[in-house]
Write a protein that binds this ligand. Structure first.
Ligand code: ATP
Length: 580
């Protein structure tokens, strides 16, 4: 239950109202407990009339009062129940919205490595547990206290009216709760596994959807299907074992409950035959015995579902409590426009890895300079960029921005100063205009158009039937590679950053698109400090400095001409390969 409690702590403002709702359900409980008494009174009056212990007029008045009381109770509990449902629904809507918003906010702040390590579907499945938890909480708050009151009241009356029956019912309560608790405890590891498998299936599904082009191109439908089926089969087995344990426990419990009820009814009937009970008493005892049994069941069911909900909450709590590896220092300040970025003896190893991705790396990009990073795949170029954007903190050495450690600035202010055009251009499933204005809060349509013109994107956008309002489709699938790149450049221009980070796309563009993209990039880079990963060496001939990376270290450094002069150097060899 600690996990459920942790979730409640996330929405403390609703705690009072939830408790109020729980307490108000007591009214319904009281209404329900009074009903058997009304029945008893009617039946006793009628038997008194038949036994000629009261006259007709008095019996009529007594029955009239009883029916009137019953009508008042029913009407009141119906209206109150309606009011309570409405309140509960409103409270649920508010609390689920707040909870989701808070979890979403926590997720936007999680370190990048969490997203790199986990499947999208698994993360969204964890997020989806917000509903499971709040729904259960409201199910609990709506009727539980009413049921408990009914139960306690029923047992007390039974203990007074028919002590033996009361005692049996009293023993049944802990027996039901303990059996249910033991079954829940036994199945907890299974439920945890089961929930994990649900997350895994969502992960496989989202992966299949996002990679559908690759799946199709490799005719890999059967492979992904088999992977999915294997997880689903395991899920099936786990669920079957879990429900098997629960059902076996429930059968035994229900049998014992039924025996207890049969015994109690037999006992009371025997008492009635020997005239120790009135007919009304028999009815009261029957009604209360039945009420006790029917309220124990939902209460124990809540204990059962508490197990499910707790393991769902556990997955949600794990998501909320992911330690953030990159945090702002208490004394972090806002960064001024970035003029200079320096890597000083930087070493970096990815979390969970032993082999460093970067070793003893030192270089500087001065004001307005373009530093190009080249080198074979896996040599550490993207890692440099991730460190410059502070997606990770360095393991050794330091990165200096305008002469001060990158960790002395707030992450937000740092990233607002950076304009990144990355290889895998992420566009939201939104209009082109909104995708570009994402770069600057409050940007007007004129600013968006100006940035698009500078990025040579306005031409193709204006030709689209709905212009800037054209929806791009998820991940920008309705746009060509060159178009996406130009939108990304327009976005970066609109941001007006002081540091440009550019991971040049590897896919080849046709000559015309290539020229448009290059022109857009020129506008973006003008007068700004830039770190550029260049895959086509021809595009970085004009860079102020070229860093050639190999195995996480700098192999060569210089400008295009001086590097080409080193005939047996790596750069000269790479250049030779590309120009050949
Ligand atoms: P490419 O040109 O192919 O993009 P790169 O030069 O940019 O390669 P990096 O992506 O920086 O190379 O990778 C450097 C090393 O770090 C590689 O050995 C890679 O396997 C490893 N690496 C990269 N990202 C991660 C990660 N998220 N977790 C663990 N290791 C990683």
């Amino acid at each position: 239950m600690t996990n459920i409690w942790k979730i409640i702590q996330l929405i403390p403002e609703y705690r009072g109202r939830i408790i109020g709702l729980i307490l108000s359900s007591a009214v319904l409980g009281l209404g329900a407990t009074a009903t058997p008494y009304v029945f008893r009174s009617i039946v006793n009056t009628i038997t008194d009339l038949f036994g000629q212990r009261v006259d007709y007029a008095a019996a009529l008045i007594a029955v009239g009062w009883a029916v009137g009381a019953f009508a008042v109770i029913r009407l009141f509990t119906t209206l109150f129940g309606y009011w309570q449902d409405h309140q509960s629904d409103q409270l649920w809507l508010h609390s689920i919205s707040t909870l989701r918003r808070r979890v979403f906010e926590t997720m936007t702040g999680l370190s990048l490595d969490y997203y790199e390590r986990n499947r999208v579907g698994d993360i969204t499945d964890r997020f989806g547990n917000c509903i499971t938890v709040t729904q259960w909480l409201f199910q609990l708050s709506e009727g539980t206290l009413a049921s408990i009151l009914q139960l306690v009241f029923g047992i007390i009356v039974l203990l007074i009216k028919a002590p033996a029956v009361g005692l049996v019912m009293l023993l049944l309560v802990p027996y039901n709760l303990i059996s249910s608790y033991l079954a829940v405890k036994k199945t907890k590891p299974l439920r945890r596994r089961w929930n994990g498998l649900v997350g895994k299936m969502s992960g496989l599904l989202s992966e299949m959807v996002s990679q559908i082009a690759t799946v199709r191109s490799f005719a890999g439908e059967r492979i992904v299907q088999r992977r999915y089926d294997a997880v689903q089969d395991e899920w099936w087995d786990v669920r079957r074992t879990e429900t098997g344990i629960e059902q076996r426990s429930a059968v035994v419990v229900n049998l014992i409950n039924s025996l207890a009820v049969i015994g109690s009814i037999g006992w009371v009937a025997w008492g009635a035959l020997h005239q120790s009970y009135t007919v009304g008493d028999i009815l009261l005892v029957f009604a209360l015995t039945q009420a006790v049994i029917t309220t124990i069941v939902p209460i124990t069911r809540l204990v059962n579902t508490a197990g499910d909900v707790d393991s769902a909450s556990e997955r949600l709590v794990e998501l909320i409590e992911v330690p953030t590896t990159v945090t702002d220092r208490a004394d972090a300040t806002e960064v001024e426009p970035i003029r200079r970025i320096e890597f000083r003896n930087v070493g970096f190893t990815y979390p969970g890895q032993t082999r460093p991705a970067l070793r003893n790396l030192s270089f500087t990009a001065g004001e307005g300079q373009t530093v190009a990073l080249v080198g074979p795949s896996g040599s550490g170029k993207s890692t440099i960029i991730k460190l410059a954007m502070r997606f990770y903190d360095v393991s050794e050495g330091e990165i200096l921005i305008n002469g001060r450690d990158i960790r002395s600035y707030t992450q937000n202010s740092l990233r607002t100063r950076i304009g990144a055009v990355l290889q895998d251009i992420a566009l939201f499933n939104d209009s082109i205009g909104d995708n570009i204005s994402f770069a600057r809060v409050g940007a007007q349509r004129d600013d968006v158009i100006a940035a698009s013109k500078a990025a040579h994107a306005d031409n193709f956008i204006s030709r689209l039937p709905e212009g800037y309002d054209t929806m791009v489709g998820e991940r920008g699938v309705r746009l060509s590679g060159g178009e996406k790149q130009r939108i990304a450049i327009a976005r970066a221009i609109l941001r007006d950053p002081s540091l440009i980070i550019l991971d040049e796309a590897t896919s080849a563009l046709d000559t015309e698109s290539e020229k448009l993209v290059q022109d857009g990039l020129k506008t973006l880079l003008r007068g700004r400090t830039a770190l550029v990963i260049a895959h086509r060496l021809s595009t970085i001939a004009s860079a102020d400095k070229i860093i050639v990376m190999k195995d996480g270290q700098i192999a060569e450094e210089g400008d295009h001409a001086s590097l080409l002069d080193q005939q047996h150097g790596l750069y000269s060899r790479l250049h030779g390969l590309q120009t050949a």
